[in-house]
Design a protein around this ligand. Structure first.
Ligand SMILES: [Zn+2]
Length: 85
């Protein structure tokens, strides 16, 4: 009976957050393997930092930084929708 729920939990969006790359001095925010600024692929990254407290770090890429608040808002809305159903 729990099978229905486990499939839902394992969506690719779970692997997202701030990640550092060897060839970039800045941290980028990755969603499904791509940075929000669109310039980087984070396929080799295994550890993502998805703590909202680090969103304002000076080490973060400016392009990603701008898009993260929107992403978090969308996510919160999506979760609320899911609960409603
Ligand atoms: Zn970036």
């Amino acid at each position: 009976m729990s099978d229905v729920f486990s499939a839902e939990k394992r969506k690719p969006a779970d692997k997202q957050g701030w990640g550092s790359l060897a060839n970039s001095p800045k941290w980028h925010y990755f969603v499904e393997g791509r940075s929000l600024c669109g310039k980087w692929l984070g396929l080799g990254i295994t550890n993502f930092d998805d703590d909202p407290l680090t969103d304002d770090s000076p080490d973060n890429c400016a392009g990603c930084k701008k898009k993260v608040p929107k992403l978090r808002t969308t996510e919160a809305m999506t979760k609320r929708e899911a609960v409603k159903e």
